[in-house]
Design a protein around this ligand. Sequence first.
Ligand SMILES: N[C@@H](CCC(=O)N[C@@H](CS)C(=O)NCC(=O)O)C(=O)O
Length: 260
Amino acid sequence: MADATIKIFSYLPNPRVWKALVAAQFCGITVTVAGDKPANLQNWLWDFDARELPPDERVEDSPHARLSKRGFSGTLYKTDAFLQAHPFGTVPAAFSEDGSIGIFESNSILRAVVRAAENDHGLYGKTGNEASRVDSFLDAALVLAREAQVYLLSINELSQVTHERMSSAYEFYLSGINRSLATSDYIASDQLTIADIGFVCDVSQFLRERLLEDSLKQQGFAVISKNMEREYPLATAHLKTLGAMPEFSTHLGDYLSKVF
Ligand SMILES: N[C@@H](CCC(=O)N[C@@H](CS)C(=O)NCC(=O)O)C(=O)O
């Protein structure tokens, strides 16, 4: 049986999509990606067959017009079929090869990629318990990722509460990862798993705050990850080592060199 393929629609580049692309590279799965710059996604029809809409189809009385909810403003154009496959209406939005199944949440799309592989090279653990431990780390990372989403989306008009919540989620997650790496070369087991892939992509996304230092300073806030190298040396080294591997760097490009 040949490996299945997965199709993803998203704004690009998107660290949440990197997760699936890196995993696909390790297991030889074909992932096709459609999308555009974040600001252009409001000109697209969100669908399995996503496409850029001509101006005369981008109208408020379009049957596909929906109020954006998170990370976008104004109107987005989503088909009924898209919302049936993706009830939360978010991107990245993945689909099975024939479009019949929608897979959402970037960690679930990441899992879908490895599950689609004939040989997953142990990326999802070698036993049931190892797979559950991988899930434990992915679930823990989701808390960081959600706080980072709120934080980064509001970084130019930050509240004290948002900054504190982000700091707390960052410390909680990074200290756990650092502790885990004190006894193992990889986060969830003795080999690379999707917990490591998720870690690289989620933390990379959060580290964008380093590029926004001026705005943070102007508002009287510190860069939360300022001392990451000193405070979480194992986690930092792991991120840099994995980020330099071709399976990662092909998709991350020079992003990490900008934040470190
Ligand atoms: N936790 C989700 C986050 C997805 C998400 O919130 N996407 C936002 C953009 S950042 C979205 O698609 N919003 C659609 C809308 O505003 O209607 C994941 O990892 O995939």
